[in-house]
Design a protein around this ligand. Structure first.
Ligand code: NA7
Length: 541
């Protein structure tokens, strides 16, 4: 087995890994290599190539802020860019900053273990390489480990099976075909209207209806583009001071403080604006107060009933048994109108569950749906899945899977006790998926870079959280979640979409601005809650 030594091994060449490589290699002068399973850069945007895939935060926001030149030179063609354009952007970033030469494509980390004597990580890849490094940085993302299919008989299906999370590069032509889509989360809601336009017949298998609201996409207005470019620094500053990391500023304290007419006016306006305005820029108490939430939920249900012509179909599509935004709210274009088409059928899996997949199609409890193609849009082993699949082993040979048997345990969502010098970019228990990801990533990479600089200045070989600091953070994230309506709903935020996964909220819900303040206070107080070990010594065990 060949062995190579680096200061830093970074896993993943998506938004996180690309910026981490640039920062550590070009900013800190560290030797760094990126290990990437895909054959090219892009991460999420490399794999999720299904028709309709696009970002749900406006592209001028959902992009890097670290380089003013990059911000000024890149032009988005749409308000919410589609997957091909985001992938072109990430390729541009890789080329512009000369990143490709330090990325190992088509290579997967199969294990990594910490050695307390040498104070090094040893990373093993599926290519039989062994990389030894001081710092192991995860840029594997929160939604990159697709859930394993849960349907008996899938291997006997006579047609094609596709997964939105691993879409064929050459695309798929559904013309004249009978297609079934399983799953109506964000991915299903994006892909369903696109497949319906092409297929002879589309059958949508829905288990839980979603509160989807219009994305409001369109061509990027050149005047708005000029405005953004003239004001980028201020917009980024406002974004970093907003819960979701976007420059929204219309939110009002409570949905219950207004009368029906005024409240409806606010909802109608946010509905028309699109994006996450309804979710994050209407009323601040929607995910905290059930009565407030009901007002938004009912507003969306009314919209669904207005848009879907068959009232029985509308009732199946309208969620009634969980609060709005306690599952990640999807954004849509013509999603509900798709169910008015003659070639689309909705199957309610709650009343007629899938029994198995047969050679001819999908067998539910009351009928057999004959299909040529099955599209799985069934989601991810979110947040912890991508980390656990790397088989990380900390001090004394303790597997991360064992440490996290009851759910993730981190300090700041950045580090884990017993796993020194392992940094998690947008790890569980950080704001992560509820903070505009490129900014969340930049904040974390910058924090990690400062931390590594601090270690060098102190002559320290390693850093890890103390058990107390980690316990405190786990308790704080749980308490914050407990103040919201999120824990009552089965969602991937809670790990509830994967059978057998511990049910805990994996997202820090105190908001990105509070979180950023906590992270800088920790640094200002000399890395409070962390134990540093000098060269040659054993860290706090
Ligand atoms: P999601 O949001 O987890 O959606 C997965 C969908 O698949 C959802 O409707 C699930 O129903 C359904 N599902 C999952 N497993 C099954 C089984 N076994 N049977 C029937 N239906 C099933 O994943 P997405 O890829 O859409 O989105 C993930 C995130 O990516 C998204 O939130 C954005 O942040 C980007 P359920 O709700 O579990 O009843």
């Amino acid at each position: 087995m060949s062995e190579q030594e680096y200061d830093t091994v970074i896993v993943g060449a998506g938004f996180a890994g690309l910026y981490a490589l640039h920062k550590f290699r070009d900013g800190l002068g560290l030797s760094a290599v990126v290990i990437e399973a895909g054959d090219d850069v892009g991460g999420t945007w490399y794999w999720n190539r299904y028709p309709g895939a696009r970002c749900d935060i406006e592209s001028y926001s959902y992009s890097y802020s670290f380089s003013e030149e990059l911000q000024q030179e890149w032009c988005w063609s749409e308000r919410f860019a589609g997957q091909p354009e985001i992938l072109r952007y990430l390729n541009h970033v890789a080329d512009r900053f000369g990143l490709r030469s330090d990325i190992r494509f088509g290579t997967r980390v199969t294990s990594a273990s910490w050695d307390d004597d040498s104070r090094r990580w040893t990373v093993v890849t599926d290519g039989g390489e062994q990389l030894v490094c001081r710092f192991l940085v995860s840029g594997v993302g929160n939604l990159s480990a697709a859930k394993d299919p849960e349907f008996d008989g899938l291997e006997r299906f006579g047609g094609n099976v596709y997964a939105t999370a691993r879409w064929p590069h050459e695309g798929v032509d559904f013309t004249g075909r009978r297609v079934g889509v399983v799953g109506t989360g964000a991915s299903g809601i994006q892909v369903i209207p696109e497949i319906a336009k092409q297929a002879a017949h589309l059958t949508v298998f829905q288990r839980t209806p979603n509160y989807a609201t219009p994305i409001g996409n369109g061509a990027m207005d050149p005047e708005f583009d000029r405005y953004v470019k003239a004001n980028y620094a201020a917009l980024r500053d406002r974004s970093r001071n907003h819960f979701l990391g976007v420059p929204y500023d219309l939110v009002q304290p409570s949905a219950l403080a207004l009368d029906d007419t005024e409240r409806r006016r606010v909802y109608e306006q946010r509905w028309a604006q699109g994006g996450f305005r309804l979710f994050f820029d209407a009323f601040a108490d929607l995910v905290f107060d059930e009565a407030a939430n009901d007002t938004a939920a009912e507003f969306i249900r009314e919209k669904i009933r207005q848009r879907v012509t068959d009232p029985r179909v509308a009732e199946v599509l309208a969620p009634t048994d969980y609060p709005y935004a306690t599952k990640r709210p999807p954004l849509e274009t013509n999603y509900y109108e798709t169910f008015n088409r003659d070639n689309v059928t909705l199957v309610d899996l709650r009343s007629t569950p899938i029994e198995r997949v047969t050679a001819a199609g999908v067998r539910t409890s009351d009928s057999e749906h004959e299909l040529d193609d099955i599209v799985l849009a069934t989601g991810f082993d979110a947040m912890t899945g991508p980390l656990l699949r790397m088989n990380l082993t900390g001090r004394n040979g303790t597997p991360l899977a064992e440490r996290w048997a009851d759910g993730p345990r981190t300090y700041l969502g950045l580090m884990v006790h017993g796993f020194p010098n392992l940094f998690l970019i947008t790890g569980p228990q950080s704001p992560s998926v509820l903070y505009n990801m490129p900014l969340a990533i930049e904040d974390h990479v910058d924090w990690i870079a400062d931390c590594i600089t601090h270690l060098r200045e102190q002559g320290s070989a390693s850093i890890e959280p103390t058990p107390d600091a980690e316990d405190g953070w786990v308790a704080e994230t749980a308490q914050l979640a407990g103040n919201t309506l999120l824990p009552r709903t089965d969602s991937w935020y809670m790990g509830a979409n994967v059978p057998g996964k511990p049910r805990v909220c994996m997202v820090y819900l105190g908001g990105a601005p509070t979180y950023r303040q906590i992270c800088s206070d920790v640094v200002a107080k000399g890395y409070e809650g962390f134990a540093l070990a000098p060269e040659g010594a054993t860290a706090n065990a």
